[in-house]
Design a protein around this ligand. Structure first.
Ligand SMILES: C[S@@+](CC[C@H](N)C(=O)[O-])C[C@H]1O[C@@H](n2cnc3c(N)ncnc32)[C@H](O)[C@@H]1O
Length: 243
């Protein structure tokens, strides 16, 4: 039978938030191809799986660590050559296993539908080998988990929701913050000082909450963003809820 590439959302950090479907597929797959940002760094997706599956089950698997550099991607524009190369290398390494008839799991943080390498990998694989069978498995997104932790609904009634990377230009962010009821800001870590002054300017600072490393051992909820002093972790999300 033809092997399958499973692109699996593993949730934002708490292994209890892996779905039963994700766990069952991960158990069955002989190969786990896991993303990380730095060649000498660790894969958070792999760490989540390792907490959920017994050591002996992991020991039987081939683990391929794939490095995806963190660079800005603008749809419709050619990606950075380093990024393109990483997607192609990943697709090649995975295809080598698929063509041996071995299923491959590609775990990705949160849900693969939200700012995830999973879809870039999928598109690259389809360009190179259209015949490869791919199945997506949804996961619990970081924003859902941040919403649960802070008891903040994401949208109710006729609310309008925007989910955006906080690295947008000042004017674009301003427009979004003015026009939507709930705004989820992701990738906030490099621009946190700018965000705090923008939210202050728009009188929205007291409507914003930041959750850092949700579901992980050192999770932090910051209800008062003005108290942020210095850096926040890359795994940080801000929910601005106006109502
Ligand atoms: C590349 S996006 C991945 C989003 C992911 N696919 C999802 O469904 O949530 C990375 C951003 O997700 C958010 N994020 C991921 N894990 C998180 C966590 N454990 N706690 C808070 N935010 C997290 C942060 O905003 C981070 O900068």
């Amino acid at each position: 039978m033809q092997a399958t590439l499973y692109i699996i959302g593993v949730g934002p950090g708490d292994p209890d938030l892996l779905t039963i479907k994700a766990l069952n597929i991960l158990r069955r797959c002989p190969v786990v191809a896991t993303p990380k940002a730095l060649a000498n760094g660790q894969s958070t997706a792999l760490a989540i799986i390792q907490q959920a599956l017994p050591v002996h089950e992991m020991a039987d698997k081939e683990i391929i660590e794939l490095c995806f550099p963190m660079k800005k991607i603008n749809l419709g524009q050619e990606p950075d050559p380093e990024v393109l190369q990483a997607w192609q290398d990943a697709a090649r390494q995975i295809f080598a296993r698929i063509s041996q008839g071995r299923d491959v799991a590609f775990p990705t943080l949160g849900d693969p539908a939200i700012y995830s390498t999973g879809y870039y990998l999928y598109a690259t694989m389809m360009e190179m080998h259209l015949e490869v069978r791919v199945q997506f498995v949804p996961g619990i997104s970081a924003m859902s988990s941040c919403s649960a932790t802070t008891h903040t609904p994401i949208c109710l009634g006729d609310d309008m929701l925007a989910v955006v990377p906080a690295t947008f230009s000042d004017s674009r962010l301003r427009q979004i913050l003015e026009n939507f009821d709930t705004i989820v800001l992701m990738k906030v870590h490099r621009v946190i000082d700018h965000l705090i002054s923008l939210l202050t300017d728009l009188n929205l600072l007291d409507k914003a909450m930041l959750v850092e490393r949700v579901g992980m051992a050192d999770e932090r909820v910051l209800a008062d963003l003005s108290a942020i002093n210095g850096q926040v972790h890359y795994f940080s999300t801000i929910i601005v809820r106006k109502k």
